[in-house]
Design a protein around this ligand. Sequence first.
Ligand code: ZN
Length: 394
Amino acid sequence: MNKSEKIFELAKKYESYTATNLSKLIQLKSLSMGEKEVASLIKQMMENAGFDEVKIDGLGNVIGRIGNGKKVIALDGHIDTVDLGNLDAWSFDPLGGEIKDGFVHGRGSVDQTGGPAAFITAGKILKEIGLENDITVYFVASVMEEDCDGLCWKYIVEEDKIRPDCVVVTEPTNLNIYRGHRGRMEIEVSFYGLSAHGSAPERGKNAIYMASKAALEIEKLNEKLIGDPFLGKGSVTISEIVSSSPSLCAVSDFCKFHLDRRLTKSENKELALKQVEEIVKGMNTKVELLNYKEIAYTGLEYGMEKYFPTWVIDEDHHVIQNGVKSFTDLFGSKPKIDKWTFSTNGVTINGVYGIPVIGFGPGNEIMAHAPDEKVPIEHLVKASAFYAYYCYIF
Ligand SMILES: [Zn+2]
């Protein structure tokens, strides 16, 4: 039996181990900044699977390690989930973790505790067969992704000083290979007018009128934004507008709007800010890229700017081709290569730090953040085989 057959065989042997681990993780509710219980359960699971070392860093990321070689690969899966939403929309208990009809059911099964459940099994398999190449594998169960994608990896690179040669992002890809997605940023534009009595508006300068003129230009900007054949078009929209005034019988002296900007290939924050500044030129305004700051479950306050850069890896890059080879050797067919619609930790891992990223994960991304979220057990088995073999041959 060759190595790919052996690894797939073991992944099948551990099918119920993987499914049961995922079920246990789903039963612990784990919103962003509330991952403590799930993190300690994952630490325990990694230790029981025989990992060489497992620790929890200052932000609360669980980092397991196998091997101690020169080449470094990390498998990343975030362990926070979004909330349950309207319970009437679910036909089963979102925190039940029920294993039935070939699926593990519940919040986070697809987005994305299925990834960590599968890579813990991959670690168990690697310990069993032994790593032959000169390689270190980090298994990263990361935190706060749903609140601020990429923040956890800012901490891992800058504070833990881990900078892998490759990261496998295990967010759901329906077992396809993904190699990028659009970026995004959050911009706020404030308009400062001059108040006057509402009976004589000509004496003042209405901030709402200033913002309204700019808003119509933002709409036009959206139509002009460039596209990319792989990632699609950049976009911009106003998601909120607020204003104030000394009284309802006065000219408004302040208005601001919030922009949701999606960035395609070759668009970055400098360009996006310049486009907005161009629109408001001559008005008394402030254009700002917003900041994120929150307190992790460990008590640490941490943040970053709300700029989540676009990333895309060439199809012929080694990290993608190693994935194609892994898939083909294991499953006997060519994988589909595509991109995510949503955003992932890739925004910092590759977008900021330039570390090559490949995406491969169990479950279909259309189930992310939706009711009746469930992941096929067959996907978990295949993902655990893929992660083990990918590292084995890297
Ligand atoms: Zn996710």
